[in-house]
Ligand binder design. Structure first.
Ligand code: GAR
Length: 193
């Protein structure tokens, strides 16, 4: 599918658990004529996720699903996604691992952003571990999702230099800034070439 006039955009759901700054950047990107995606749904496992406010601001449907019981949660999620004809899932700070059983319904259609240069520093507390290990570089990665944590095929990465006096917070902030640009670029890479 190319970015020619009149092409049909891909119905996309963005899954969040927190602030939603990547969600915001994806929404802005989706409004671009050349963007292959149309964000139809924001889904969160936390009712208090700050990012859910973008639902009202941008008039996008939102859905809260309690993930305490994963099998039930995934069934509900699947039904919501089907109802809304969703063909692409973008995880953006979504802190739950989706099961193999769920993912098989969306083969190759789930992508994630992670704040490290994968395959290094999978999982939590990325920035703290990077600084502790005196790494010269960190960064962010957009990748396809499989049922193993932060392990699917890499789509794009961006390097960020670690400064001598960086704290996990200062490093996280600089990387997040890069994430906002990387995620849209990764989507363009998948669908427009
Ligand atoms: C981002 O840094 C994202 O890469 C990270 O959570 C943050 C969410 O920020 N995701 C993970 O660590 C997933 N393993 P945001 O809610 O402002 O987009």
């Amino acid at each position: 599918m190319g970015p020619s006039t009149g092409f049909k955009k891909i119905n996309t759901a963005v899954f969040i658990s927190g602030t939603g700054s990547n969600l915001k950047s994806l929404i802005n990107f989706s409004k671009n004529k050349k963007s292959p995606i149309n964000i139809k749904l924001i889904l969160s496992n936390r009712q208090s996720a700050k990012g859910l406010r973008y639902s009202k601001i941008f008039k996008i449907k939102k859905k809260f699903i309690n993930f305490k019981k994963k099998t039930i949660a995934e069934k509900k999620t699947l039904s919501v996604l089907k109802k809304n004809h969703i063909n692409l899932i973008c995880l953006a700070g979504f802190m739950k691992i989706l099961s193999k059983n769920f993912l098989k319904n969306f083969d190759g259609k789930v992508i994630n952003i992670h704040p490290s240069l994968l395959p290094k520093y999978k999982g939590l507390d990325t920035h703290k571990r990077v600084i502790k290990n005196n790494e010269k570089f960190s960064g962010c990665t957009v990748h396809f999702v499989n049922s193993r944590l932060d392990s699917g095929k890499i789509i794009l990465q961006e390097k960020v230099k670690v400064k001598k006096n960086d704290t996990p917070k200062s490093l996280a902030k600089r990387i997040l800034f890069k994430e906002h640009e990387l995620y849209p670029r990764a989507i363009l890479k998948i669908f427009n070439h």
